[in-house]
Design a protein around this ligand. Structure first.
Ligand SMILES: [Zn+2]
Length: 163
């Protein structure tokens, strides 16, 4: 079985920046399942995985445009925590959706939180960076109906359910 639209790939991966520094790794934690063809991975990585099967090992070097995109915004901005929505969970590394000054929806990434201040950016924390993914395909399986409806994988074996 190969990785194509509607299949779930279960991966171990190491993500490195241009200097070779490890930014993220699935080793030590569990492997990462993803549903192929639904944009759940950065575009260059999903393209490289298409047609791969169990046991494949890939080293994928990506330009920023094929990873988290070029930087578009003005750079990190500091705002007061009290000016953010009360219900917002302030977790560095997480995005949230809000309404911009022009009335349009905008995604903001939380970079850090210090005391009364929170640093936000319109760009993903890894935007503008060339990245390398070192990937092992542990196995490939059929997606469940529910996974296809939701557009994402529900655990390594499709075992998780949620509302
Ligand atoms: Zn779901």
């Amino acid at each position: 079985m190969i990785l194509e639209h509607g299949k779930v790939g279960v991966l171990h991966y190491v993500l490195r920046d241009a200097s070779g520094k490890t930014l993220e790794s699935s080793h030590g934690g569990g492997p990462m399942p993803y549903l192929h063809g639904f944009g759940n991975l950065v575009p260059g990585l999903e393209r490289a995985l298409a047609g791969q099967e169990r046991g494949a090992h890939l080293e994928v070097a990506l330009a920023p445009a094929d990873a988290y995109g070029e930087r578009k915004g003005p750079g990190p901005q500091r705002v007061r925590r009290r000016d953010l929505p009360k219900e917002l969970d302030i977790v560095p590394g997480r995005p949230f959706r809000t309404t911009g000054s022009d009335g349009r929806d905008v995604i903001l990434w939380i970079l850090k939180a210090e005391g009364a201040w929170v640093t936000l950016d319109v760009d993903h924390p890894l935007a503008g960076q060339a990245l390398t993914f070192d990937v092992d395909v542990l196995f490939v399986r059929e997606a469940t109906e529910e996974e296809l409806q939701h557009g994402h994988a529900h655990g390594v074996f499709g075992e998780h359910s949620h509302g």
